[in-house]
Design a protein around this ligand. Structure first.
Ligand code: 5RP
Length: 269
């Protein structure tokens, strides 16, 4: 691996081999998502506990201070919306010149395997890999399911992750599922887990993150379960302890309760 590629990967994956990415890219198809209406305010207390931010160029320029930023993974696919025909019909939104101008550590795009737009989104991936490899920029593929959340089983996600890696993704982001080792065992590049819609309890989140890491994921890219929670800092710190300090779900829950007891709840619609 060339120096630039290694260096950028080391910016987002810490020396313990683990990572906690904070995604705030949801607005690119959802608009002003609940609790993310003002991204700068949402991330202000949280960014310090993240290893990298996953963000579009619009939010990067408007909400993130270039002088003291965390490493950035730039979201470079889009072109669809919650109110349109479907979320799958994505294109690449960002040129290589813009990626270089923004000096990001990595880029990320969604692929929609098993949909009408499978080939188009896989072409987006290969085009992006071809552009970015020339400059040592890692590509993170997101195995997206759009509105079909029930698709998230080991057989489907293993297929998606393997295809993304075969086509050149340096990191793959996918969902946690039962038998998660079937997903990690079949994927030759590191896997990070997304959170999905907000879970009912904090312990549920700590449990799936812990299980996924035990089964081979290198970390998380978890948004709504953090910043839609009334105690986002407590969530962030508890999850950080699972990812980087090998905390058990019960340890993390204890830390969460301790921080919560000293904090005020955050209100958002
Ligand atoms: C949205 C994304 C998000 O980065 C990803 O889904 C993680 O966020 P969450 O934990 O809220 O699911 O790709 O487009």
């Amino acid at each position: 691996m060339d120096w630039g590629m290694k260096n950028r990967l080391a910016q987002i994956i810490k020396p313990d081999g683990k990572c906690f990415f904070l995604p705030i890219d949801h607005g690119y198809f959802q608009g002003p998502t609940s609790c993310l209406e003002k991204p700068a305010e949402t991330i202000k207390p949280l960014a310090q506990y993240a290893d990298a931010l996953f963000v579009t160029r619009g939010v990067l320029r408007s909400a993130i201070d270039p002088v003291k930023s965390k490493p950035v993974i730039l979201r470079v696919s889009g072109g669809t919306s919650m109110v349109g025909e479907g979320l799958e019909n994505e294109m690449l939104t960002t040129s290589i010149e813009e990626i270089l101008r923004l000096n990001v550590s990595a880029v990320g795009l969604s692929i929609f395997i098993g949909t009408k737009y499978e080939k188009q989104t896989l072409k987006n991936l290969t085009d992006l890999v071809n552009m970015c490899e020339d400059y040592g920029i890692p590509v993170m593929a997101v195995t997206a399911v759009g509105r079909e959340l029930e698709k998230r089983d080991a057989r489907y996600l293993a297929l998606c992750c393997r295809i993304a890696a075969e086509l050149g993704a340096r990191v793959v982001k996918t969902y946690w599922c039962e038998d998660f080792e079937k997903v990690t065992n079949g994927c030759p590049v590191p896997i990070v887990m997304a959170g999905g819609p907000k879970c009912k309890t904090e312990l549920e989140v700590f449990k799936f993150v812990h299980d996924g890491i035990e089964k081979g994921a290198i970390g998380i890219n978890l948004g709504r379960n953090v910043w839609q929670h009334p105690y986002p800092v407590a969530m962030m710190r508890a999850l950080h302890s699972v990812v980087h300090k090998k905390a058990t779900p019960e340890d993390a829950n204890e830390l969460f309760q301790e921080i919560k007891s000293k904090s005020e709840p955050k209100e958002c619609k």
